[in-house]
Design a protein. Structure first.
Length: 296
């Protein structure tokens, strides 16, 4: 167990360094695909691999937006930009995120960071994970914003981004109790909207679920390679862009999703169009409380 925790610490330190190196890139005039690809390249250069595609989600988009290969989206003044990144070493995962409000107005991002610190302080062995949600909700209330009720943090396992525990961002009694050695991704989402997200039609991130029979050789080969390369962790459409034409890739991913071979991560947007901020750290539950692995 101690050897595993040391790997979690190592990948956490690595990802914290990547996060701080990429933060200055989040500014007006930068293409979001440059940010995502820079994050993923830095992770690989430091001896790890992306645990999931870098998400760069703007304004009312809360999560699951990873730019496509030809994405022309450019950041502009007034954007609230969330950068969510993950890395793994041999399946041991670190997950962290931050928000930049371009051109000022950083109150929303500050509220998310305040909620994150309150959540981390609530982590102790024997605590119902709903107490973490209570800490988030109470930290956000005085700011005038709202936590997003249907987005949560999660526990991490080897090769498993969502390993069983769900960490709410509002008060709940879940019956799920923390114990030493649990590894958690704690991620409050804060909004000036109504506090709920909804699926959009767009999907740019997928995960292998199972192998299925398919008539087309191209589909069979793509599914085989996805299983071998990502081992059940999420991957981006963008990562496969060189394999085939954009249209062919979209059709193949749609086919494999329809067959139940792939799980689609729909882009998530705040229901009322409110802007969303996110802050996230990975922590290890210790006898004393929480050890943050992704703190710079």
């Amino acid at each position: 167990m101690q050897e595993e925790l040391e790997i979690y610490r190592k990948v956490g330190r690595l990802l914290a360094e990547v996060r701080e190196n990429v933060r200055p890139m989040v500014r007006e005039g930068v293409r979001i695909v440059e940010i995502a690809e820079s994050v993923e390249k830095m992770i690989v250069e430091r001896g790890a691999k992306p645990a999931f595609p870098c998400n760069v989600s703007i304004n009312e988009i809360a999560a699951h937006y990873s730019p496509t290969a030809g994405d022309q989206t450019v950041l502009k003044a007034g954007d609230v930009v969330k950068v969510d990144m993950g890395a793994h070493i041999d399946g041991y995962i670190a997950d962290t995120a931050f928000t930049v409000c371009i051109g000022g107005g950083g109150e929303l991002a500050a509220a998310a960071e305040k909620a994150l610190e309150a959540a981390i302080n609530a982590v102790k062995p024997g605590v119902d994970v709903g107490e973490i949600g209570r800490a988030v909700e109470e930290a956000v209330a005085p700011t005038g914003f709202k936590p997003i009720r249907n987005l949560t943090g999660h526990s991490l396992g080897r090769w498993d981004l969502h390993a069983g525990l769900t960490i709410p961002n509002v008060r709940e009694t879940t019956g799920q109790v923390l114990k030493p050695g649990d590894v958690l991704a704690i991620e409050p989402f804060v909004t000036d909207g109504v506090g709920y997200v909804e699926d959009q039609e767009r999907v740019y991130i997928f995960r292998h679920v199972r192998d299925v029979p398919t008539r087309l050789r191209m589909s069979r080969e793509l599914l085989r390679d996805i299983r071998r390369e990502y081992n059940g962790l999420p991957f981006a459409e963008r990562w496969l862009a060189r394999r085939m034409s954009k249209l062919r890739l979209e059709l193949t991913l749609r086919e494999l999703t329809g067959l139940g071979a792939l799980w689609p991560y729909h882009v998530l947007a705040e229901r009322s169009g409110g802007k969303v901020a996110q802050a996230e750290h990975t922590v290890i539950v210790t006898d004393q409380g929480a050890e943050v692995t992704t703190r710079a």
